[in-house]
Design a binder for this molecule. Structure first.
Ligand SMILES: Nc1ncnc2c1ncn2[C@@H]1O[C@H](COP(=O)(O)OP(=O)(O)O)[C@@H](O)[C@H]1O
Ligand SMILES: [Mg+2]
Length: 302
């Protein structure tokens, strides 16, 4: 084979164009969430040229990328249809548009419950439904399409039932489906556990401290601040997450990333949500996790 760079048209890395990957974010985070920036060197080390791209920027040539990876699109909750139209328009999207459609409306929790998986007990209130808070204790009010704990509040029914009803009404007036749950207060001490899977294989886990301190207040934050630390999940948590992965439509093996979020309850861990769209992956809390993710991206480029 010729060693002359002029005539050598063969397969060296120098002459082949690097694969191009978009890491999709939102206009408020044009340079990605700091945690996701760990992906840039990890992908570069594999010869992959990755760059942030804003999902609703309007001037991005999505078909020009070898792979488009959803990461920090945290502003779609109030315009899910627009977001889904965008997802369907992208030729090579991870996770795929059909998965994102299934996952961006938490009514998927009903399917998991029907499959026998323990989920946080939930009352679903449609926009036209009457809702009268009753019972005692504390409840959580949140929209079925949500990210970053926005539009979510916690109410003591003894003293805050009118505020809970007003929160529900406000979401309904925006045409949103509302979820009512008991506040599972074991989260205050034990925290929430998120288990991260890459290509369906367990990678790492974190503990997230409790977030809700009281009623929802108009704020305009993109996401709530979170108190995160590394965590070793219990055997029970691992077993439950495995059941969730097995119950996902199409199975978890085809998914680049899967995050299973569990809350502690008196009856053991229960699923609060499954994040297949825009989860924080917490690379900073697990050595090697960004490299594992980059390797999974590389496998999709062949
Ligand atoms: N039923 C609940 N009991 C206790 N805490 C809850 C409950 N529902 C939500 N939370 C708190 O609110 C946060 C956001 O709720 P979550 O259902 O995860 O919505 P999002 O999609 O916005 O992350 C959780 O991380 C948790 O701290
Ligand atoms: Mg959550």
């Amino acid at each position: 084979m010729s060693q002359d760079p002029q005539t050598d048209t063969s397969h060296s890395h120098a002459t082949r164009a690097a694969a191009r990957v978009a890491l999709v974010t939102c206009a408020d985070l044009p340079e990605l969430d700091p945690d996701d920036r760990a992906l840039l060197p990890a992908l570069a080390a594999l010869g992959i040229a990755a760059e942030p791209a804003i999902w609703d920027a309007g001037d991005v040539d999505w078909a020009g990328y070898d792979l488009v990876v959803v990461r920090d699109t945290w502003d779609y909750a109030k315009r899910r249809e627009q977001f889904l139209r965008w997802a369907r328009s992208v030729p090579r999207l991870a996770n795929p548009a059909a998965v994102i459609e299934w996952n961006t409306d938490k009514r998927y929790l009903r399917e998991l419950a029907a499959a026998g998986i323990p989920v946080v007990p939930t009352t679903w209130v449609e926009p036209g439904d009457a809702f009268v808070p009753e019972g005692r204790g504390e409840i959580v009010v949140k929209p079925a399409v949500s990210a970053g704990s926005i539009d979510t509040g916690r109410y003591d029914l003894m003293t805050q039932a009118p505020a809970a009803a007003a929160h529900v009404r406000r979401l309904q007036e925006d045409g949103r489906v509302v979820m009512i749950q008991p506040y599972l207060d074991a989260v205050d001490t034990a925290g929430e556990t998120a288990l991260l899977f890459i290509d369906g294989a367990f990678s790492h886990a974190i503990r997230k401290g409790a977030i809700l301190t009281g009623p929802y207040e108009e704020g305009g934050l993109l996401y709530q601040n979170e108190n995160i630390s590394a965590r070793e999940p219990s055997a029970q948590e691992h077993a439950l997450a495995a059941r969730v992965l097995a119950a996902l439509p199409g199975g978890a093996g085809t998914l680049l990333y899967t995050r299973v979020d569990l809350l502690p309850s008196p009856d053991g861990p229960v699923v609060i949500e499954v994040e297949l769209t825009e989860p924080s992956l917490f690379f900073g809390f697990a050595d090697g996790s960004a490299d594992r993710f980059a390797a999974a991206v590389a496998r999709r480029l062949t």
